[in-house]
Design a protein around this ligand. Structure first.
Ligand code: ZN
Length: 159
């Protein structure tokens, strides 16, 4: 019988469809893994409730577990508590940065306050940056411009 730990590590193979360098585990999307009487139950919380990637992630999580020979798999989508950028792991943050996405500042649940704060440029580390627009290619990102190295970059909107 598989252990929850083995399931967790297999789920590292499932990437966030919007940011293919980070896994659903690193994004903090997978909240809970339970193995009971041969049945695997995974609880996940999407980054945004209207996220079109939700169904993709849900079936990828399910398929990945079936690949391990588990026949009974249930993926539960939990919308409360709301996903927060604080759930992104340290490894996930490092990968977001390497991908050119500035990791969100830690907000400890109080999101909007930090929204307009200067983001550090993921390329040169300068904090001399400006917000270009509040909505990036997806609802979860903002576009910034670095005045130091003159490059645009995206930051995860802390939620
Ligand atoms: Zn820069």
């Amino acid at each position: 019988m598989l252990t929850p730990l083995e399931i967790w590590s297999a789920l590292e193979d499932v990437k966030d469809p919007e940011i293919p360098v980070v896994s659903v585990v690193e994004m903090g999307i997978v909240r809970m893994v339970a193995v009971e009487h041969g049945k695997v139950t995974v609880t996940m919380t999407p980054t945004f409730s209207g996220c079109p990637a939700l169904h993709v992630m849900k079936s990828e999580i399910e398929n990945r577990i079936r690949q391990m020979g588990v026949e009974s798999v249930e993926v539960i989508v939990a919308l409360a508590p709301r996903w927060t950028t604080d759930w992104i792991t340290e490894a996930g943050r490092a990968k977001l940065k390497a991908f050119g996405l500035a990791p969100p500042p830690r907000v400890n649940g109080d999101a909007n306050v930090f929204f307009v704060e200067a983001a550090a440029c993921p390329f040169c580390g300068s904090s001399d940056t400006a917000i270009k627009n509040t909505f990036g290619p997806t609802l979860c990102r903002t576009i910034h411009y670095c005045n130091a190295c003159r490059q645009p970059f995206e930051q995860f909107k802390p939620v």
